[in-house]
Ligand binder design. Sequence first.
Ligand code: GRF
Length: 205
Amino acid sequence: MRRLGILLSGRGSNFEAIARNVRSGALDAEIAVVISNRAEAPGLALARQLGLPARHIPSKGLEREAYDALLIEALRGHGVELVILAGYMRLLSPAFVRAFPMRILNIHPSLLPAFPGLDAQHQAFEYGAKITGCTAHFVDEQLDHGPVIRQAAVAVLPGDTAETLSARILEREHEIYSEAIRIVLSGRYRIEGRRVVTEDGINVA
Ligand code: GRF
């Protein structure tokens, strides 16, 4: 199981980090396709620059289920085995999640279950959290909720703004997302309830 399908809506820095690791051989995988719901997503332009199959699938006027059916078809058409959400700003339908059971990963910029949803770094900063971070997790039918694969902690420093904090979290996202993908591709883990148990026993990055 090595063919990745990347879904994104924006900047694409997580995608870029994954693509770099694939190129260098640090991640034994293949990016089968990059799909964006937004034509102007910088991540899509980057995919084209890198010579990867890149597709814009517009969602305008489509119900969620109908759109997701198009996505499933496109991903299957490219032989995708593992779906990687990389700043994909749409909720997935239950049908999509069921089409790739425990085969969809997401990266979220907080230590879940704290601060799910949008602008998690700002939420943590405004809350006054002293430690926040990021979480790589399986996707289930609830938002930012599936079993956790890897987390990294990031301290809030004196003088931080939400932006400087976000930048440090992003650096860790780029590390742990590839680690999480590597674990899932290796198959060397099992899921006990919500707990992802890896054979190396490492829980934190
Ligand atoms: C990241 O902060 C990620 O955690 C969240 O969306 C953002 C995407 O950034 N899910 P990028 O497009 O990968 O640069």
